[in-house]
Design a protein around this ligand. Structure first.
Ligand code: HSE
Length: 309
């Protein structure tokens, strides 16, 4: 029986100023998924992780991706997917994108690698649509491509892979609930031209900094005048964590995806470790449980751990 086991990275979407267009894969945390091609047309989803996610295929982000692939590609086979999730759902670290991208990536290999990366992203976006109500690829693209990606357009899909600077990430996930759909709902639908100009400058500066490996330029471009001021009110102690991180030498950072995780980029691993400890202690002091991660940037995207033909 054809089967595949894959390792799927977490992702940090938006990268502060690039709402819905920039994203970065990180090495910690990651999910593992096993996908099997079935002789029958069933789509079977199982979770081993205890997060209580729905296993009914049409309500599961991996399941819906497999259903759409089966329908649109007229597949006679079905799939069984077993998800060992370590990226906490609702963390803002691309948990739903990992399931969706992992399902599309693995299923494509099992059916003979017939899809391009753009087509794989097209199917994975059905999972994001189920999870957040919107088809966006800023988590899915870096999950599949690795490194840092720019979603120049999601319809038609046009993804640009950027340089991977040798930076480190400190991230904290405070255990408070922020639903992506709610965090999108509260955003202003119209923005001032002067804010748009500031944001364009920052996005362009960030991409130039990433391409030139100019850390000072990356740091001073990690500034969001549109989304962060609205969303940060949903995250306890956001301002404290950001201020202290910058004082401790972070290049910059902000909300990871739609939150509640907060991430910081650093030049040195030790700085990321120290910032992660500070982040945890800020939440300990106000009795909010938190998980912290120290990682480097993942440059490979999803990788195959085992494959049986
Ligand atoms: N770009 C998305 C957002 C990522 O910020 O809403 C979360 O899925």
């Amino acid at each position: 029986m054809k089967s595949i086991k894959i390792k799927v990275p977490a992702t940090v979407a938006n990268l502060v100023c690039g709402f819905d267009i920039l994203g970065m894969a990180i090495n910690e945390p990651y999910d593992e998924m096993e996908v099997r091609l079935l002789e029958t047309p069933d789509i079977i989803v199982r979770h081993t992780d205890g997060f209580n996610l729905p296993e009914e295929a049409s309500k599961n982000v991996a399941g819906i991706v497999l259903m759409k692939m089966q329908e649109h590609l007229h597949l006679k086979n079905g799939f069984e997917v077993i998800i060992h999730k370590h990226i906490k759902p609702g963390s803002g670290l691309g948990s739903s994108a990992a399931s969706a991208a992992g399902a599309a990536f693995a299923a494509n290999i099992l059916i003979g690698n017939i899809l391009s990366r753009e087509e794989t992203i097209h199917f994975a976006m059905f999972g994001e649509e189920l999870a957040s109500g919107v088809r966006h690829a800023d988590n899915i693209a870096p999950c599949i491509y690795g490194g840092i990606t720019l979603v120049k357009s999601s319809d038609p899909i046009d993804i640009i892979s950027l340089n991977t600077p040798g930076l480190f990430i400190a991230a904290v996930h405070p255990q408070v609930e922020v639903k992506t759909s709610d965090a999108r709902q509260i955003l202003k639908k119209n923005i001032q031209l002067k804010d748009a100009i500031t944001q364009w400058g920052n996005i362009a500066g960030l991409i130039a900094g990433i391409e030139k490996n100019d850390l000072f330029l990356i740091g001073r471009s990690l500034n969001d005048v549109i989304v962060e001021p609205v969303r940060s009110i949903l995250i306890p102690e956001f301002d404290t964590i950001k201020r202290k991180s910058l004082e401790m030498g972070a290049l910059g950072g902000g909300i990871s995806g739609s939150g509640p995780s907060v991430f910081m980029l650093t030049e040195k691993k030790k700085t990321a470790g120290d910032i992660a400890m500070m982040m945890k202690s800020v939440y300990d002091q106000i009795n909010i449980n938190s998980m912290v991660y120290v990682s480097d940037i993942n440059s490979t995207g999803i990788i195959i751990e085992e494959q049986n033909n």
